[in-house]
Design a protein around this ligand. Structure first.
Ligand code: AHR
Length: 351
């Protein structure tokens, strides 16, 4: 009788032990579940084999950059390169030199590169990626958009981490309305970003949504392709046509700086005779805020890498908690804050 009792309790203990080990074992090495893991945007995550315990050391990221068109872009690139080194991520960086065909072929390269498990795209254009997005799905590559959105359904990518460009356009309109509040005429010219880029499309849209609040009239609009020389030439042409201009909106700092140079060379005073607003708030933008030639600078945050890599790791681990869009936190700066205050702020900034 006693022996049977002993055997019985030993058996139960064994079951518990097995369960614990079983449970224990179950917790640490869950193979990717058979059931597809789908985000709120309808994106089926290609969960990595190392899930749910993947680390940055398991990540090989193919990064497709637009090019090197501005100070903002240089800061964005450094953010990805430096953060990858810090986290021990194997980064394959590609500079598309502002050509969409280069982006598409690099995307295909990464899709067919067995070592790559994450692809990060800073899209030059809002369209043109359908084929390679479908190929990424077929090849089990996690896709994340950074900086720029595209006109594709969120079921094509894990998440988009980048600015609310429409909101930036709203901020520009509000600042220009304030700068021109005592001006009878409110003729504003626009030097827009590269044609097709979501940053340019959405900033222009946001600006137009709010200029009616104070009766601003856009008298000219042309792209400066995010650069100083081209924007200067555009502003020179605008001024040759008419000097009846009270404000200029440059879609980034370089475009505003080009306009300022043209205004000065036309014998007018930038920031006084013609109000000037830029977007990005880079160190170069701050220099012109401090002199007062740039009246306002709407921030666009380029330091997106930590958030993007964190999201990529979550994707590899099959985490569906990330929303389809993670907007960046951004501020705005004004010459009216005063040179000393602006210099103090500039000293704390990384770009
Ligand atoms: O997408 C962000 C924009 O791209 C920045 O405002 C501009 O400087 C860059 O070229």
């Amino acid at each position: 009788m006693k022996t049977t009792k002993l055997l019985q309790s030993a058996a139960i203990a064994l079951v518990i032990i097995i369960a614990t080990v079983g449970c224990g074992a179950a917790k640490t090495a869950v193979p990717p579940t058979a059931a597809p893991v789908v985000t709120s945007g309808g994106y089926t995550i290609p969960v990595a084999k190392c899930a749910p315990n993947c680390t940055y050391k398991d990540m090989t990221a193919g990064f497709i950059q637009t090019g090197s068109e501005s100070g903002w872009r240089a800061a964005n690139t450094s953010s990805f390169k430096e953060t990858a080194t810090q986290l021990g991520i194997n980064l394959k960086f590609y500079d598309a030199q502002n050509k969409i065909e280069n982006q598409v072929s690099a995307f295909h390269q990464f899709n067919t590169d067995a070592s790559v498990n994450v692809i990060i795209l800073a899209a030059l254009d809002v369209t043109g990626y359908d084929t390679v997005l479908a190929e990424a799905k077929a090849n089990g590559k996690v896709v994340i958009l950074e900086d720029r959105r595209i006109d594709a359904a969120p079921s094509n990518y894990y998440t988009y981490i980048g600015s609310d460009f429409v909101e930036e356009g709203h901020k520009v309109a509000a600042a220009m309305c304030d700068l021109l509040k005592d001006s009878v005429k409110k003729n504003v010219v626009e030097i827009s970003g590269a044609v097709g880029a979501s940053a340019a499309i959405d900033r222009a849209k946001g600006f137009r949504e709010k200029i009616g609040d104070c009766g601003i009239v856009i008298t000219e609009s042309q792209t400066g392709n995010w650069g100083v020389p081209e924007s200067k030439a555009v502003m020179e042409a605008f001024l040759k046509k008419s000097t009846d201009i009270q404000g200029v909106f440059g879609h980034n700092d370089e475009e505003a700086i080009g306009a300022i140079q043209a205004i000065d060379e036309a014998g007018l005073k930038a920031g006084v005779d013609i109000k000037t607003i830029g977007v990005d708030a880079t160190a170069d933008g701050f220099k012109y805020l401090i002199t007062g030639e740039l009246n306002a600078d709407i921030e666009c945050n380029p330091l997106l890498a930590p958030q993007v890599y964190e999201a990529a790791l979550k994707a590899m681990n099959g985490d569906t908690s990330i929303p389809t869009w993670v907007p960046s936190n951004e501020g705005q700066f004004f010459a009216s804050q005063g040179a000393d205050a602006l210099k103090a702020i500039l000293a704390t900034r990384k770009y």
